[in-house]
Design a protein around this ligand. Structure first.
Ligand SMILES: [Zn+2]
Length: 361
């Protein structure tokens, strides 16, 4: 895919990157500098034969790569990806949508991957699992691990596709249609103990959300929020809490993750950090902060612009969102879209809670 990345290019000084100690080969496209800074704890993998303008694979450890799957949707760069663990076993965490399966397959080929021992799906939303049926046609016989309740929907994705069309519209069409997976390949994450994989059930972003630990890597999907590294060691961290959202469930999932020893926290969106458990804890506090701020807002504001007003209040009071106004236009718009969705999740949760309390009094 010839789809240039330009995220944050205006925010980053090349000099600062060199100071960070990365070796930067001359001749690489300027986007490499940006990628390095965005994924501040990984480095670009230089071994690829692919055309320079394709999405760049980022290496985080000798056996861990992040394959970015940039979409043909404005702002959807450095947002969706597939994690490749290439140790004594070869595992993929999430696969992305159908639209970018050819890119993923090309990247795997360039990285010398000929067989995959298992695909671990954090959840079956279209941006994480929509391409799984297509992927299996390239890598037949690969076991696919997901939450038990996701299994029937991967076998017959009709409802997931219809639901995606309804909630995402053109975005779903850009991600591409979902093809089914042969039933005998589908495995229940809760029972899966092969290849040194530890599954951790982490409902919240979706009721069927699963995280996985492999070695010292914790693949948290969206249970730890949506992460973006920013210049000068800054981060953008946003809850991924679409309706229906349950605060206690999400907090409990974060506690489950905090109980798991790990050295690198790998996000589904996007990148990884060694600042864990710090980031998981920060996210937990953030969920409580959002609940408090949004509750205060909806108590005095039931108008048609309540979501926008909540966002304004959050931007003022949540330091983890301080980078949002400085993002490039399309990325900022993308974040605004998901921001709104996450706020709607909180509003639904808080309204339900208020209803229940009314019932009690
Ligand atoms: Zn997602």
């Amino acid at each position: 895919m010839v789809f240039m990345n330009s995220t944050a290019s205006s925010m980053v000084q090349e000099g600062a990157l060199s100071e960070a100690g990365f070796r930067i080969d001359s001749g690489f496209h300027k986007n490499y500098f940006v990628k390095l800074k965005i994924q501040s704890e990984g480095k670009i993998y230089h071994g690829l034969n692919r055309h320079m303008t394709m999405d760049d694979v980022i290496q985080f450890a000798s056996d861990l790569y992040l394959i970015p799957l940039d979409q043909e949707i404005p702002g959807f760069t450095d947002f969706i990806g597939s994690w490749l663990y290439k140790g004594d076993r070869t595992l993929l965490v999430d696969i992305g949508p159908a639209a970018t399966v050819p890119n993923l397959v090309q990247a795997l080929e360039d990285l010398g991957v000929h067989t995959v021992d298992a695909v671990l799906l954090t959840h079956i939303h279209i941006d994480h699992a929509g391409g799984i049926g297509d992927f299996i046609s390239y890598f037949p016989g690969t076991p696919v691990v997901c939450h038990a309740t996701g299994i029937p929907h991967l076998k017959d994705p009709t409802r997931v596709w219809e639901g995606s069309l309804k909630t995402l519209g053109d975005m779903a069409r850009a991600y591409g249609p979902i093809r089914g997976v042969p039933e005998d390949l589908l495995q229940d994450a809760a029972q899966f103990r092969e290849f040194g994989v530890l599954p951790i059930l982490t409902p919240g972003h979706a009721p069927h959300h699963v995280s996985y630990r492999v070695e010292d890597f914790l693949f948290a999907g969206e249970a730890g929020g949506v992460y973006m590294a920013l210049p000068d060691d800054g981060v953008h961290l946003r809850p991924a809490t679409p309706p229906r959202f349950y605060l206690k469930t999400s907090v409990q999932s974060l506690k489950s993750l905090l109980d798991i020893p790990h050295k690198l926290l790998c996000y589904a969106h996007f990148g990884a950090t060694r600042r864990s458990p710090e980031m998981l804890e920060a996210h937990m506090h953030q969920l409580f902060r959002w609940a408090e701020l949004i509750e205060a807002q909806i108590q005095r504001d039931s108008g048609p612009h309540v979501v926008e007003h909540c966002m304004e209040a959050l931007l003022k009071k949540d330091p983890l969102l301080a980078g949002w106004p400085h993002m490039k236009g399309a990325v900022r718009d993308r974040e605004r879209y998901f921001f709104h969705n996450s706020i709607k999740g909180f509003i639904g949760y808080l309204s339900d809670k208020a209803e229940k309390n009314k019932g009690k009094s």
